[in-house]
Design a binder for this molecule. Structure first.
Ligand code: GLN
Length: 251
C-alpha cells in the first residue's frame, strides 16, 4: 500500500510562522493521521512554494508581507498557488488572502484567494488586543473552549454572493484604527484606501464563526480558510489538526 504524502508550507517572509510550524508538527502526529506522511516547510522562495500541497499564511503585518513578497518575486507565485491549492490565512494572512482590503496602506497587495472583503485593524490598536474562548465545534468537531487571540485583527465585512458583495456582521465597525498618509498635496486616511485583487474562487463563501457582537472572524471558501485570530498562539493544536484533516488530507 502506498502512503499518501503531503507537504504543508508556512509562508516565512515575516510574522508568526515558527509558531504555525510547531503547531502543525504536533497536529500531524495525531493517531488519526498516522496513515499519511507529512513534510512541513518554511516557504520563502517560489521553488519551495512549488513543493507544497497546502499553504498557511501567518499573522504578522500584511503590509510588510506583501512588500517582501513583491521584492522577492513571490507575489505572482503566491497568487497562482492560492487560486487553486488549499490555503489558510490567519490575521495578516487572512488580509493577504482576501480579494478586497479596506483600511489598507498604500502599495499593499492582495492575493485574491477568497472572494471576501476584510477591514484591517477593525478592533482598534495593539492595546485593545484581546482573548476570547470560542466554541468552534459547529464546524470543527471537538474544538470547544478554544482560546483565540486577537491582535490588531481584521474582520470580514462582506462576502461574495453570486455577482454581488453582501455585508456581513454589524454595520459599524468596532473601533477601527485609522492612520493618515500623504499622497502629493492630499492627506488621506487609510480608511479611504481600498485594495482589490482578481479572485477566481467560485465556491460559496461560508461564515464559520462570528463573535457575540456579530463581527465575522472565521470564513471558508472551498479549500481556503481565513481566521482573524491566531490559533498558533494557543497551547492547543486542535484547530491545526482540524485544518490538516479538512483542508490538506480532505482535498
Ligand atoms: N496580528 C496580525 O496579524 C495583525 C495584522 C495587521 N494589523 C495587518 O494589517 O497586517
Amino acid at each position: 500500500m502506498t502512503t499518501l504524502s503531503y507537504t504543508i508550507g508556512v509562508l516565512a517572509l515575516q510574522g508568526a510562522f515558527r509558531e504555525h510550524l510547531e503547531h502543525l508538527q504536533r497536529a500531524v502526529a495525531a493517531a488519526d493521521l498516522a496513515a499519511y506522511s507529512f513534510s512541513l516547510l518554511e516557504v520563502k522562495t517560489p521553488e519551495q512554494l512549488a513543493q507544497c500541497s497546502a499553504l498557511v499564511v501567518p499573522g504578522g503585518e500584511s503590509t510588510s508581507m506583501s512588500l517582501i513578497a513583491e521584492r522577492t518575486g513571490m507575489l505572482e507565485p503566491l497568487r497562482e498557488f492560492v487560486a487553486s491549492k488549499p490555503a489558510w490565512g490567519t490575521c495578516a494572512g487572512l488580509i493577504l488572502l482576501a480579494s478586497e482590503i479596506h483600511n489598507a496602506r498604500p502599495h499593499q497587495k492582495a492575493l485574491g484567494g477568497m472572494d471576501i472583503c476584510v477591514a484591517r485593524n477593525a478592533f482598534g490598536r495593539q492595546l485593545e488586543s484581546f482573548e476570547e474562548a470560542c466554541d468552534f465545534s459547529d464546524f470543527a468537531p471537538g474544538v470547544t473552549a478554544f482560546k483565540t487571540v486577537f491582535i490588531r485583527a481584521p474582520v470580514v465585512s462582506a462576502v461574495r454572493k453570486g455577482a454581488d458583495f453582501v455585508s456581513v456582521g454589524p454595520k459599524k465597525m468596532h473601533r477601527p484604527n485609522v492612520c493618515s498618509f500623504q499622497e502629493g498635496e492630499k492627506t488621506l486616511t487609510s480608511f479611504d484606501l481600498v485594495v482589490k485583487a482578481e479572485c477566481e474562487n467560485t465556491a460559496p463563501v461560508e461564515v464559520l464563526h462570528s463573535l457575540p457582537n456579530g463581527l465575522v472572524v472565521a470564513v471558508r471558501q472551498g479549500n481556503k480558510l481565513g481566521t482573524s485570530f491566531h490559533p498558533e498562539l494557543a497551547d492547543d493544536c486542535s484547530f491545526h489538526h482540524w485544518f490538516v484533516k479538512e483542508f490538506v488530507v480532505g482535498h
